[in-house]
Design a protein around this ligand. Structure first.
Ligand code: URA
Length: 423
């Protein structure tokens, strides 16, 4: 077998055989296939696609490139959630301790932000002392004692995906449904969760810009999970505008704690509860009401224990950026658009995200929203506050917002789209 024949086959729209897929994933993981060859194959897949049989085999080969975790010794059913990524998407932070407070175990392996979308680990690292890297034994012990853990995936889990995702990121080959579905599901299946809820984002701030593509991605991932014995469901949710009122690491932690304290923005609370209900149903606990665990403080109690178990101080003040700049509304009327991509790009340019994997992020940087689509706004009143330690970045963040804010005349009848678009 050789890489060139596999690349040529996909270039010429042939179906890859099981042997070709097994060989290329294994040889690439071992360093026998060069990055430029894998990059060429990834582009051929992006352009010519893979059918369901190829995707299933590709996913299995990525799972088999590393270890599989096993949570079967836990006394509770396991439930996990994966979001395909968005702007202001802090939902994992309140959701994991909430679902643990309701009786399931939540092994949440999360990632860092890249580009305009934030990463859960970057957000939690804004909490003084908190650490993302745990051994498998530490992870299991926190799951047993607290019920939820949010941490980085160990190097042994789907190593083929680690290499391939980093390569796709710099070769314009991320936005391929077969490659996204196999990347996400290989990690989730290898992680060993019993059930999985997928939050597939749709809109300007998401990989999938329209409902049809999001539906195809969701259906592909649900089929992969189900075939591997993981009870998998998916919600399609709105990412046309940022979730909640903050995009940025410490800013989003603060908002998540507000949700755990029984407050927080309505859209964040709604999506957290919708995903919690899906996870509890998939884990065989359909009669537990997650709203009660938010109201009675038990979700907050689990959050505090989860943060402490990973070295964090839940009472420590969160970092605040050195400089702020307020963007005022340009006219009076009804806010109809606050574009998720524009806000995500602004937060990224302010220092909340990174351009390369190795770059540091600023804990306090980001964007605070003072209005959401559908709200009335007045000319000259604050619409957004930009936060950064590096004020020379304000100009490029403001440029990113250009065209992303639309205000209709006063009295315009405007109803924003719902958060949950489909199941
Ligand atoms: N997240 C992943 O883990 N992989 C992708 O390909 C895209 C998003």
């Amino acid at each position: 077998m050789d890489a060139i024949s596999v690349i040529r086959a996909k270039r010429d729209r042939a179906e890859l055989t099981d042997d070709q897929i097994d060989w290329i994933i294994d040889a690439y993981t071992r360093g026998e296939v060069a990055h430029e060859q894998m990059s060429s194959l990834a582009m051929a897949i992006l352009l010519n696609g893979m059918n369901r049989k190829e995707i299933a085999r590709w996913t299995a080969a990525m799972i088999n490139s590393g270890e599989r975790m096993d949570f079967s010794s836990l006394p509770r059913p396991t439930a996990d959630k994966h979001s395909t990524g968005g702007v202001g998407d802090k939902i994992t932070l309140p959701l994991a301790p909430l679902v643990a407070a309701c009786g399931a175990a939540v092994p949440q392996l999360s990632g860092r932000g890249l580009g305009h979308t934030g990463g859960t680990l970057d957000k939690l690292e804004a909490i003084p002392g908190w650490r993302a890297d745990l051994t498998n034994d530490e992870m299991l012990s926190i799951l047993r004692d607290v019920g939820s853990v949010i941490c980085a995936a160990g190097a042994g889990l789907a190593p083929a995906d680690k290499k391939l995702y980093a390569l796709r990121d710099v070769t314009g080959t991320v936005e391929s449904i077969p490659l996204i579905a196999s990347s996400i599901m290989s990690k989730k299946i290898a992680e060993g969760t019993g059930s999985l809820v997928l939050d597939v984002k749709v809109g300007s701030g998401a990989f999938m810009k329209n409902l049809d593509d999001a539906r195809e991605l969701a259906a592909t991932m649900v089929e992969l999970g189900t075939d591997h014995g993981v009870r998998t469901t998916a919600l399609l949710t709105n990412m046309a505008t940022p979730l909640g009122l903050t995009a940025g690491n410490a800013l989003e932690v603060r908002e998540s704690v507000e949700v755990l304290a029984g407050g927080g923005p309505a859209d964040v609370v709604e999506l957290t509860l919708a995903l919690a209900r899906e996870m509890l149903t998939a884990a065989g606990l359909p009669d537990v009401d997650p709203a009660k665990a938010l109201a009675d403080g038990s979700a907050m109690d689990h959050w505090r224990r989860m943060i402490q178990a990973q070295g964090g101080d839940p009472d420590a003040p969160l970092p605040v950026a050195r400089e702020q700049h307020v963007v005022n509304a340009a006219s009076t009327g009804v806010l109809t658009t606050l574009d998720a991509y524009a806000v995500g790009l602004a937060a990224w340019r302010l220092g909340a995200g990174r351009a390369r994997k190795e770059d540091p992020v600023q804990a306090g940087a980001g964007v605070e929203l003072h209005a959401k689509p559908g709200d009335p706004v007045r000319a000259g009143e604050p619409l957004l506050t930009l936060h950064t330690d590096t004020p020379e970045k304000f100009a490029s963040a403001i440029e990113a917002l250009d065209g992303g804010v639309l205000i209709a005349p006063p009295g315009t009848d405007f109803t924003p789209d719902p958060i949950v678009l489909d199941r």
